[in-house]
Every structure is written in C-alpha cells, then in structure tokens.
Design a protein around this ligand. Sequence first.
Ligand SMILES: Cc1cc2nc3c(=O)[nH]c(=O)nc-3n(C[C@H](O)[C@H](O)[C@H](O)COP(=O)(O)OP(=O)(O)OC[C@H]3O[C@@H](n4cnc5c(N)ncnc54)[C@H](O)[C@@H]3O)c2cc1C
Length: 427
Amino acid sequence: MWDFSTEPEFQKKLDWMDVFIREEVEPLDLVFGGHAYRDMDDRLRGIVEPLKRQVRDQGLWACHLGPELGGQGYGQLKLALMNELIGRSGWAPVIFGCQAPDTGNAEIIAMYGTAEQKERYLQPLLNGECFSAYSMTEPHAGADPRLFRCRAVRDASGDWVISGEKYFTSNASSATFLIVMAVTDPEAHPYKRMSMFLVPSDTPGVEILRNIGTIGERPGHGAHAHIRYDDVRVPPEALLGEEGGAFAVSQARLGGGRIHHSMRTVAAVKKAFDMMCERVLSRQTHDGLLADKQMVQAAIADSYIQIQQFRLMILHTAWLIDQSSTREARTQIAACKVAAARVFHDVVYRAMHIHGALGVSNETPLARLWQSAPLMGIMDGPTEVHLASISRRVLRGYSPAEGPWPTEFLPDRIAAARAKYGLSERG
Ligand SMILES: Cc1cc2nc3c(=O)[nH]c(=O)nc-3n(C[C@H](O)[C@H](O)[C@H](O)COP(=O)(O)OP(=O)(O)OC[C@H]3O[C@@H](n4cnc5c(N)ncnc54)[C@H](O)[C@@H]3O)c2cc1C
C-alpha cells in the first residue's frame, strides 16, 4: 500500500517553507498581485533574488527534476507536499524555481536534449537566469495537434526554416528561448509528422504579434503571445529529440506539467476554503452565524470532501509516478487534471459566494482565483479530451459481456451459487 508520511528531516524543510512562504513570499502577492513574470523589473528582481538564494541554501531550488536529470528533486510525492505550500502564492513558483512553463520545458530538455542543448538552455533555466516558453497551440487548432500547420523545412545548408503561426504561447515576451512544435514531414503518420525545436527568442523572423489576455485582463495586456514565425532559420542542432518525435516529447512534457499544476491547485483551493471557514464563523445573519445555517454547512462539508478526495488523489498519483513513471501514471494524471479544474471551480465559487459582495470585489484574492476557473479546464488540454482518454484506457481493462446480463449476474452463475449453498432453484 502507499504511504504518504514523510521523514522528520524533510518535514523540517516543509515547516521552513510554510513560514518562509507566509512571511516572505505571500506579501508579494498582497502588494504586486499574482503575475510574477510580467511584472519582473529591476526593483522586483532586487526583492526576489535574495529570496531565491534562501531557497537554494535550503536545498529546495528546482525540485521538480531529479538529480539524474540535473536538478535536485526529492521525487513526486515530496514535490506534491512542497507544492501544497508553493501553490499558495503566485510568486512562490518563481522563487522556488519551479514555475510553469519552465518546469515542463526543463524536463523535456533534460530528457531529450543533447549535452550542448543542456548546457545552453537547461542550465540557465535551472539556475533561474532565464525564462522559456512552449509554442504548440495554433490559432486554428489546439486540442487536436494533428491539425497543426506550422512548418519546418530543411534547406540545402541543413538548417531548418520555420514558418507559421502559434498562439497562447504563455510568457513568450519574457522568454529567452521558445520550444516550437512544427510539421517536418506532412506525409508521415499523423503522430510522426512533427518535430520539436529550441529557438532563441531573438532569432530573426520571430515576431510577437500581440499578447492575448484572459478573463479580467485588458485586451493586449495578457501573457499569452500570438507569434508569427516568418522564415525563422535555426541550425540542425536546434532539433530537440528525434526528427518526427514531437508527439513523444510533448506527451512527456504535459504529463509532468499537469500533475505539478494539480499539486499547486490543492494549495489554492485550501486557501479559498480557509477563507470560507473563517468567514462563516464570523458573519452574523438572520439570527445567527453563517456557520449555523444548514445550506452553508453543506457548502463547507461538500468543499471539505472534494478537497480531501482531490488531495489524496494527487498524493496517490505522485506516489505512483515515484514507483513507475509519468507515462505509467498517465490515466491518474489525466484524472487529477480534470478533478483540479472541477474542485477549483466549485470551492472557489462557494468561497466567493459566501463572502457576499466582498467575495466578488477585488479586495480579496477570491475574484482573481475565480477568473482562472474556466482557464483550468482548457489549458494543458480540455477536460473532454482527458475524459475521453481516461475512459479509453480504463475500458482496456474490461471485456464485453457475452449476453444482455452482466457476467457477474448471469442466470447460470446465480443458479450455480444457489446449488453451492443447497438452495432450491426458486427458494
Ligand atoms: C491560460 C492558458 C495558457 C496556455 N498556455 C499555452 C502555452 O504556453 N503553449 C501552448 O502551446 N498552448 C497554450 N495554451 C493553449 C491550450 O493548450 C489550448 O487552448 C488547448 O489545447 C485547447 O485548444 P483550443 O483552445 O484550440 O481549443 P479547441 O481545440 O478548439 O477546443 C475547444 C473546445 O472544444 C471541445 N473539444 C475539443 N476537443 C474535443 C474532443 N475530442 N471531445 C469533446 N470535446 C472537445 C472542448 O470543449 C474544448 O474546450 C494555453 C491555454 C490557456 C487557456
């Protein structure tokens, strides 16, 4: 059976993180909001860099990668416990060197990169010296990558020339390099058509057309770039992984990214839940505390149950990855990803609603959290696509029944069971 207890030495690290995040990191969210990337200027760097140093001194920097991949990770289960604290703050991932999309990007460079690629791209990423972006989704196709059109053509010199458009490339404006998925052989099997490229952001022809915002952001002021790749020339060494191997690389990347994001979601929903509990114990209405109203009690209890289920699912999945691999645990990871979006939606909505007008104001983090709820069911693949793949894999463990009755309850089987206990056919 699985065991989620952690050793006393690591518990001390978690206790340190708990205090550090509360006292040193969460104040950044209170003053500067939750957008650690876009707002990073010299003044903020002056605040953030010393905090990063403290994290490094504790041996807690960039823990998403294991030592064999160039990081100093403790495995997924411990990472899940760490992320339950890191997810409380929009700034903590940057300060702990584990912010998306850099974590997933670092993972695939560690897994598929050559020694030169690791030195040039992975090391600075792990050192927190640069940011990166992942450029896969196109304006006309997202959930079905077989429809992507962005092309990379090898010319006579051996260089690759990339042309096409991508959008929702998060944090591209802050990125030193982009990981771009492009069609290299349109005639190949749909899953062998594309390759992955490491492209420095300042390569001629990389043009950020605009930054797309999401709910609540002013048009043109978001973090998700619409990029035109206009005959972007990169050398053969820019290929990440095998030619035609982009699907495998992207699957490896998204598996890790999804579970890490789900781990941090535990912290976010716990934060909303804590606020809700505090509120119902303090607010009087209609002759009593909110906490004494049965419908409010149901909201508290339902949230508690959902969070407990979700947290255990995350810890179990993290444990499973440690025992096997991200690939082996992909059904569970997809289930966590779907659950994360749903639990987040439900708990944050209840917390916001129970805070009344204050809940929908911008005086608490609840309205900002709520704006992310619809995003969570879309980014890293829509909920429906995950549900379909969970169902497909779960059903592989079953066979069709031989007739209209479920196999367990076949009349012959019931008759045999009755005979076994000496019961008459009818009695
Ligand atoms: C906040 C955010 C950050 C993102 N960051 C990045 C990034 O850094 N890099 C990047 O490349 N992309 C990024 N994306 C894009 C994301 O990966 C895509 O939005 C996602 O894959 C869905 O693609 P789409 O938007 O084109 O939707 P579509 O593929 O058009 O799907 C639209 C809707 O159709 C339905 N649907 C789709 N397929 C199925 C199906 N098989 N069965 C049933 N229903 C279906 C779903 O309801 C889905 O939401 C980001 C998106 C968001 C919201």
